[in-house]
Ligand binder design. Structure first.
Ligand code: IMP
Length: 181
């Protein structure tokens, strides 16, 4: 029998401290008068997004989109789909794209292509995590929370088969047992 085990990796305290710094970093470079559109990439970045926005001290406009790239397990299918589009126009607007993790870079590369075609005035990428070991396409990450090892992480919005998103910390997923892969 395979037993799932989650090993603590980034504590809630560590996450919150770094998110406050990233919020400060972003606030310093964004317009103090014109609202910046912050795009939450669902589902994975919902917790990060909510906590990050509490630290933004300039005007914001909240927007949401959803993509699907994983088959529910630990490997990307490689084929990215937009499953829910924005409901506002980003042309001539300042935009920050908020992601949970850049792994192979395929999702981010797809999103940047889709969003750039809509001609925003500026487009910044903010990702809580970056896993450079599995990079397949290089994408610009303007603001990064943590660079992580080549491990599969769950919690704080990130899932394994849609579970564990509710954990307040990030942990490494292990599969223990004789037939574990
Ligand atoms: P990429 O296209 O390979 O860069 O992966 C992007 C998406 O895959 C992220 O937005 C996550 O939803 C998911 N993902 C990548 N790595 C992990 C992981 O370690 N744990 C959970 N989800 C992951």
């Amino acid at each position: 029998m395979v037993v799932e085990r989650i090993e603590p990796y980034l504590s809630s305290e560590k996450l919150q401290a770094r998110i406050a710094e990233v919020g400060k970093e972003l606030s310093a470079v964004l317009s103090p008068t014109e609202p910046t559109i912050f795009i939450c990439v669902l589902k994975g970045s919902f917790m990060f997004y909510a906590d990050l926005l509490k630290h933004i001290t300039v005007p914001t406009n909240a927007a949401f989109l959803a993509v699907s790239s994983y088959d529910g397990g630990t490997h990307s299918t490689g084929a990215v789909r937009l499953t829910h589009d924005l409901t506002l126009d980003i042309a001539n607007q300042d935009v920050v794209l908020v992601e949970d993790i850049v792994d192979t870079g395929l999702t981010m590369s797809y999103l940047l292509e889709v969003l750039r075609a809509r001609k925003p005035r500026s487009l910044r990428v903010c990702s809580l995590l970056h896993k450079p070991a599995r990079e397949r396409i290089k994408v610009p990450i303007d603001h990064c929370g943590f660079v992580i090892d080549d491990v599969f992480v769950v919690g704080y919005g990130l899932d394994y088969e849609q579970r564990y998103r509710d954990l307040p910390f990030i942990g490494v997923m292990h599969f223990d047992g004789p037939s574990a892969t």
